[in-house]
Design a protein around this ligand. Structure first.
Ligand SMILES: O=C(O)c1ccc(O)c(O)c1
Ligand SMILES: [Mg+2]
Length: 631
């Protein structure tokens, strides 16, 4: 389907907005009136600029407070409208959005509103302009799409239809199924916006917190399915008022925006929404009315091949010490780069002493700079990532080395697609074997794999990052939750593949204090899975590394709220092991001390079908890391 974006969704001048929309690959834009009025170029030049960039101007908006007024006001409103129709001729756009009257002087008289909109459409027709009537959620008298359609139907003019905006409908709990009652050709325009569920005034919610489909709490797939079911064939257009987007790089926002539409179209395509719509509309033998662009399938059965930690030499030493205490051994050296392979079972950590600042938004001493993801079909994964506008990272073409495709996540973390399976892992041949022994060789305390990775995100890119990982890697997000760290509130959202092979937990400071709360919420971590957490913890302690100290109060609370045997609780206390339980199973986990205020490790043991991350313990962990720093 045609993809558009409202200029109000992007920051910058009108020209910058157009350039960003075009660069991301949009087909068209909605020009927001304020952007045009403030632009230093006449409408004709805007039209030429858009055309040169390959963008159509699909909509001009908004025209406010038109209908349901007294007769004198109607004449003034029609005069104002004619001036806009003239302007639209110059802009080369044929659809004007008229939003329902929000003024206190509007009269609640449907017949009057219908008659006045009929006059507006009559005035628009000679200009070749269509009027799309949109019910604002806070309209004075018309605030539902059902009502706007009743009035448009009553007005009965070929140049008058409705504009549907998902925010105005879903924010009030409207039922989108009724959209199917509207003839598709009367839906002149579709605006899509998601939003997090917030209990707040509708106008404030709409003007500040909208986000792209898939980033909030609304079901935009279901919503759009109903719009297609009505027979709509126009653009999918994003109209997102958002405080962060207004202040962010418009190129990045536009790519994030297009990614959200790609995912939405793919989801609809996978369920056969276009074909089903045609059948519902009774033209089952005809071709579907719209084409839904599909993405290559997401990776299946993906898992971690490795996680790369970059640290300069003095910091690398402390990372090595912790890995060794966890039973890792240095088992290989990269043939051409200063990168060491450390592993224990299928848990592999690459320790790189290249500059950790290179290509990464995090400076600092030690940092997770890359995730190696093992997938069945790395080429397909890279192709999918490319279609989702993931920036491709250049690979050095060293003929002796395996070439892995890599893309950059929004926080700068590189994501490598590694071939999996038994004859995969050829990238391991890039490492000359070291003869190092696992220090715990002979003790039966293996870590089995990487369970999850925790990545702290810059505030402005949290939603972008979760959409990125979700779409590129085919992960499913959990609900986001808030954790009260000693230095501030941290929002956390985990994403996982269906079989749990890939899990990522994203954290962000709720107030956007990116890096100073580091000891608490701002760190990154790698969590390793094991089958016997007590053995791993005790071997680590025997190796001279104490786990992160958890206060006795925690264990008193554990005694109060669980039936864990006293001896088990005591052993947990000695080893700093925390506990969580769900209907599906149990979770035991402990942490290492913080390295360089930035990085720590976790060891987890899942029993039964537990799929969480011990969120109940997150605040205790953050307070414990803070206490350790204060000591
Ligand atoms: O917030 C507004 O005023 C506004 C204007 C135009 C729209 O299409 C809309 O959804 C909201
Ligand atoms: Mg709208």
């Amino acid at each position: 389907m045609r993809r558009s974006i409202a200029t109000v969704s992007l920051s910058g001048t009108l020209e910058e907005k157009l350039r960003a929309a075009a660069a991301a690959g949009f087909d068209g834009v909605e020009i927001f009136e304020n952007d045009l009025v403030a632009a230093p170029v006449p409408p004709r030049e805007v039209r030429a600029m858009a055309a040169e960039l390959g963008l159509g101007i699909d909509l001009y908006q908004p025209f406010r407070d038109f209908e349901g007024v007294d007769d004198a006001q109607l004449e003034r409103n029609l005069r104002r409208a004619r001036a806009k129709f003239e302007l639209m001729l110059d802009l080369g756009t044929d659809t004007m959005l008229v939003c329902s009257n929000a003024s206190p002087v509007a009269l609640g008289d449907d017949a009057r509103a219908a008659e006045q909109l009929h006059r507006l459409a009559e005035a628009a027709a000679p200009y070749g302009v269509r009027v799309a009537y949109e019910a604002l959620a806070w309209g004075r008298h018309v605030d539902t799409y059902e009502h706007s359609w009743r009035i448009a139907a009553q007005a009965d003019h070929p140049s008058l239809g409705v504009c549907l905006d998902s925010f105005h409908i879903l924010s009030k709990g409207g039922d989108p199924a009724g959209i199917r009652e509207i003839p598709g050709e009367k839906i002149f325009f579709l605006q899509l916006a998601d939003a997090p569920y917030l209990a707040m005034d509708l106008l404030q919610w709409s003007r500040h917190y909208r986000c792209f489909p898939g980033q909030g709490g609304f079901d935009l797939t279901e919503f759009t399915r109903h719009v297609l079911g009505a027979g709509y064939t126009g653009p999918l257009s994003l109209e997102v008022f958002n405080d962060v987007f207004r202040a962010s790089d418009p190129h990045r926002t536009a790519a994030d925006a297009l990614r959200s539409l790609s995912v939405l179209e793919d989801a609809l395509g996978r369920e056969g929404a276009a074909e089903r719509a045609s059948e519902d509309l009774g033209d089952s033998h005809a071709r579907p009315r719209v084409t839904l662009t599909r993405l290559p399938d997401p990776p299946e059965g993906a898992g971690y091949a490795f996680v790369e930690v970059a640290a300069q030499e003095e910091d690398a030493e402390s990372v090595r010490a912790v890995l060794a205490a966890l039973g890792f051994a240095h088992t290989g050296d990269h043939r051409s780069k200063p990168v060491q392979l450390w592993n224990r079972g299928n848990a592999r950590v690459l320790l790189s002493s290249t500059d950790p600042r290179l290509g990464h938004t995090w400076g600092g001493a030690a940092a997770i700079t890359a995730l190696g993801v093992e997938v069945a079909d790395p080429d397909r994964a890279a192709q999918r990532a490319g279609l989702l506008l993931a920036p491709t990272l250049p690979r050095r073409r060293d003929p002796a080395e395996s070439r892995l495709n890599a893309v950059a996540a929004p926080d700068g973390t590189a994501v490598f697609f590694c071939p999996g399976g038994h004859d995969g892992r050829e990238w391991l041949n890039d490492f000359a074997a070291e003869t190092a022994r696992h220090r715990h060789e002979g003790t039966d305390t293996p870590l089995t794999s990487i369970d999850h990775v925790g990545l702290f995100q810059p505030f402005d890119h949290f939603d972008e990052a979760s959409l990125f990982y979700r779409s590129v890697l085919g992960l499913t997000p959990d609900a986001s939750l808030e954790v009260a760290a000693p230095d501030g509130l941290v929002r956390s959202r985990a994403l996982a593949s269906d079989d749990g092979g890939l899990r990522i937990a994203l954290n962000v400071s709720v107030l956007g204090r990116g890096t100073q709360a580091d000891a608490a919420g701002g760190a990154q971590h790698i969590a390793f899975a094991c089958d016997d957490i007590f053995a791993v913890a005790e071997a680590m302690r025997a190796d001279g590394l104490a786990p992160l100290a958890i206060p006795d109060n925690y264990y008193d609370d554990l005694a109060a709220r669980t039936d864990l045997a006293p001896a088990v609780r005591e052993r947990m206390r000695e080893n700093g092991i925390l506990y969580d339980r769900a209907d599906t199973g149990e979770f035991f986990h402990f942490y290492t001390p913080m390295l360089d205020d930035r990085l720590f490790f976790e060891v987890v043991q899942r029993t039964g079908g537990y799929t969480g991350y011990g969120a109940a313990n997150a605040a205790v962990r953050m307070a414990a890391h803070r206490a350790e720093r204060d000591r």
